[in-house]
Design a protein around this ligand. Sequence first.
Ligand SMILES: [Zn+2]
Length: 172
Amino acid sequence: MKIPILQFKLVNVFCIEKSRIENWTKNNKLTKEMIDFAINKVGGKLAIRIFPRHMIKEVWNYDKPEESFHFKEYAFRAFANGDIITIFDDETEVPDSLFWILLHEVGHVLVTRTTALSEQFRPMQVNRTRYSDNENGPEEQFANLMADTWYKEFNGTPNSFHRLWWKQRIVG
Ligand SMILES: [Zn+2]
């Protein structure tokens, strides 16, 4: 069943070097400068997809027809699978938080692309899909650290939009 996603209008798509960015939201919270900065941290060649959060189950079923969707409503914000980063956006995210999440996922891609990091964080499996719902694992801590570091490098001032920040947004 690969057709349903095509029923949504692709709002914005552009390419940077050998990376491709698809934005299926109307928000366009991420600027080209943000995305350019992020993909350069891992040498480019990334596919970044931004979907409205209400499409999360549909995207999951599209990507992983063999794995049924079994998550609670706000279980995760994004995931990285190989060279593909998928981010879900809604009113709980602001431009800076979406950028931070992108950097967090790029941190996972850095692990994937760095042998020494893969061996440290993923001794049992390589290229496994990573979800942002487990903030306690060592790789999640590493991805958070990289997101904080890169965010500060880009903006000049530190900020963090980790899970606790997001949970407070959800509770409202
Ligand atoms: Zn993560």
